[in-house]
Design a protein around this ligand. Structure first.
Ligand code: ADP
Length: 227
């Protein structure tokens, strides 16, 4: 059997606050398999972003190991970590973070071209993704010309453009009204089902969380499965 897309082993992370250590993660374990979608539900300040940043190789834990596609990462050199992050991990934030001076299509092409794909390949794939997300007519539009829901769908397309095995999202529908949130969630869900991606999504939206395969929370610095 292949390795989990993401395996967190005894992850510890604390921050220094006014000279005192604030322990956020205290030995958190977690496995996420290809094709699975998991909701991370916890109050603000519990450590959801910290956990996602560590899983996404954007931040290092104080102790423990992060395995991505079976590969231990804490001892990798910075360039190898960056290469692994670019090829294996997609990240979606609450705010879209699209580049304002580029079109939707170009925003989806850029990570592919950085990853070594030709302009033609990157464009073909970007157009396929836009089409799949119901945005074929929006390719030439800049982010400011798109609605909030469209911006988030483009951000999702950009996150999966390099065919990662793992998609991490930090409250991706947090800024959207319920109907738009539902639409964006369905786009995300469709991509996950079509590609066999593994996805971990921090959300406060219990209805959307209820439609995912598993739900977990952070309790006393550990990840705990919810019913
Ligand atoms: P969540 O995403 O669940 O709201 P975060 O992971 O953002 O939680 O933050 C968890 C806790 O860690 C919060 O109390 C926050 O203030 C603190 N924290 C986060 N980042 C830092 C940092 N760089 N330095 C100090 N404290 C931090």
């Amino acid at each position: 059997m292949s390795a989990p897309a993401l395996y967190l082993e005894k992850i510890e992370r604390s921050y220094d606050q006014a000279g005192l250590p604030l322990e956020i993660l205290r030995g958190a374990d977690f496995s996420l398999w290809a094709g699975q979608s998991v909701a991370l539900i916890a109050p603000s300040g519990a450590g959801k972003s910290t956990l996602l940043h560590i899983a996404g190789l954007l931040e290092k834990p104080d102790a423990g190991e992060v395995y991505v596609a079976g590969l231990g990462t804490t001892h990798l050199a910075d360039d190898a970590r960056t290469a692994l992050r670019r090829s294996e991990i997609g990240f979606v934030y609450q705010f879209h973070h699209l580049l304002p001076e580029f079109s939707a299509l170009e925003n989806i092409m850029l990570p592919q071209m950085i990853g070594g794909y030709s302009r033609r390949e990157a464009k073909d794939r970007a157009m396929q993704l836009l089409d799949y997300l119901g945005l074929a007519a929006r390719g030439k539009h800049r982010p400011a010309e798109l609605s909030g829901g469209e911006q988030q769908r483009v951000a999702i397309a950009r996150a999966v453009a390099n065919g990662p095995g793992l998609l991490l999202a930090d409250e991706p529908t947090g800024n959207l009204d319920p109907k738009t949130a539902n639409h964006v969630f369905e786009a995300l869900d469709a991509i996950v089902r079509a590609t066999g991606l593994a996805t971990l999504i921090a959300t406060h939206n219990m209805e959307l969380a209820g439609r995912m395969d598993r739900r977990v929370t952070l309790r006393d610095g550990l990840l705990v499965e919810l019913a």
